[in-house]
Design a protein around this ligand. Structure first.
Ligand SMILES: Cc1cc2nc3c(=O)[nH]c(=O)nc-3n(C[C@H](O)[C@H](O)[C@H](O)COP(=O)(O)OP(=O)(O)OC[C@H]3O[C@@H](n4cnc5c(N)ncnc54)[C@H](O)[C@@H]3O)c2cc1C
Ligand code: FES
Length: 355
């Protein structure tokens, strides 16, 4: 054996407690990447060190930060050995403490070649985008993919806006909202990406429908409707027998979309289903007879009959909406473990902290 073989980096072992599972982490891999590649439902959302969803404690072993944890973690968390698994590589075998680890088998993320084959305007600032993949993808309803285009630096995350299929899905659908000053969405809305090749990585994300018997409260804001539609259309295929209320937070009537699909879900739902659109910026003199104001206020007044000890809440959309709704449903008595949220963070998130 040559001297240099001792210097070659080798795979290390990550153990997750109290679940008691272990997996190999290859040199250069993050602990999150390695766990997901083995199909473990590691807590995560953004995968790029901005959201904090993968935060956990390291109890044993030596680690290497891939990016500075201080962008996301507070000083006291850093002192208590908290890390971000998506930004952690291993220098030795290590043990992580993840109390809320769910023993569910996920589809390991893979790389796909794709092509944008169709776009359709859903509203003045939201498009449905169809990407044809080189082979079928399997995912859980509510998950997302990362899209890479030669036109834009880095990947962007977009949730599946359709349910999974047994034989996998070749043509994936996404709902993409234009972000002012945003690189990818500007290129998309300027028609620069029509027909273009993209790379697709996924599936990712911990936003899926948990088992249970209690009521379901879904809240989607803006393009955050995508994973909610995916969850609910999947639930229609495999009826749950659980009451469900769906809130759609939008600015005005012009921002409501997918209403036919929601009506179809409502008709096919096995049990009670209520759809409540809430508009925050609808002109006072318009013909709108529905609820006005912020969606969290509407939940506080309308969701009472759906609140019980086993209610599950699924939230998706812009971070301020998620924070406000999470607070409201916690005040209504929903347990933290039963609140599942997918924040649509973008590049502006956390910049002030990083600077
Ligand atoms: C898990 C997840 C799922 C998501 N799913 C969806 C979805 O289904 N649909 C959807 O529409 N979106 C979704 N998003 C958001 C999406 O990934 C993109 O962030 C969004 O589309 C913006 O991309 P962009 O390239 O247009 O903007 P970016 O170029 O990334 O910029 C975003 C904003 O940040 C600002 N910005 C960029 N760089 C800087 C800087 N250096 N300093 C200050 N400001 C800056 C820009 O001006 C812009 O306002 C999701 C995000 C996550 C994390
Ligand atoms: S998944 Fe690690 S910070 Fe978002």
């Amino acid at each position: 054996m040559s001297l240099f073989s001792f210097l070659k980096p080798t795979a290390k072992k990550a153990t997750i407690m109290p679940a008691g599972i272990s997996f190999e982490v290859k040199p250069g891999q993050s602990v999150l990447e390695a766990g997901l590649s083995h199909g473990y439902a590691m807590p995560h959302s953004c995968t790029v060190g901005t959201c904090g969803s993968c935060k956990c404690r390291v109890d044993e072993g030596k680690i290497r930060e891939l990016t500075n944890f201080a962008y996301v973690l507070e000083a006291d968390e850093l002192q208590s050995n908290m890390v971000l698994t998506c930004q952690t590589a291993l220098k030795s075998d290590a043990v992580f403490h993840i109390p809320n680890f769910e023993l569910k088998q996920l589809h390991p993320p893979e790389d796909f070649e794709g092509k944008i084959v169709a776009t359709e305007d859903l509203t003045h600032d939201t498009k449905k985008v169809v990407i044809e993949l080189d082979r079928p993808i399997w995912f859980d309803a509510g998950q997302y993919v990362q899209i890479y285009s030669d036109e834009v630096y880095g990947g962007r995350s977009y949730s599946f806006a359709l349910p999974p299929a047994e034989d996998g899905v070749r043509n994936i659908e996404l709902f993409i909202r234009k972000v002012p000053g945003g690189e990818f969405t500007s290129a998309l809305f300027d028609q620069k990406l029509a027909g273009s090749a993209v790379k697709v990585h996924g599936p990712s994300g911990n936003f899926w429908l948990r088992e249970g018997r209690g009521p379901i409260i879904c809240v989607g804001g803006g393009s955050g409707l995508a994973p909610i539609i995916s969850l609910l259309e999947q639930a229609v295929k495999k009826p749950l027998g659980r009451p469900c209320v769906m809130f759609f937070g939008a600015r005005s009537q012009a921002d409501l979309y997918c209403l036919e699909r929601i009506e179809a879900i409502s008709k096919a739902w096995d049990g009670a289903f209520q759809f409540i659109p809430v508009l925050s910026d609808e002109p006072a003199d318009s013909d709108w007879n529905g609820l006005r104001g912020f969606v969290n206020t509407a939940i506080a007044s309308e969701a009472g009959q759906y609140i019980s000890s086993d209610t599950q809440v699924y939230l998706c959309g812009p971070p301020p909406m998620i924070d406000a709704v999470s607070e409201t449903v916690s005040e209504l008595g929903i347990l933290e473990n039963n609140i599942h949220a997918d924040k649509f963070l973008d590049a502006s998130h956390g910049l002030s902290r990083a600077e």
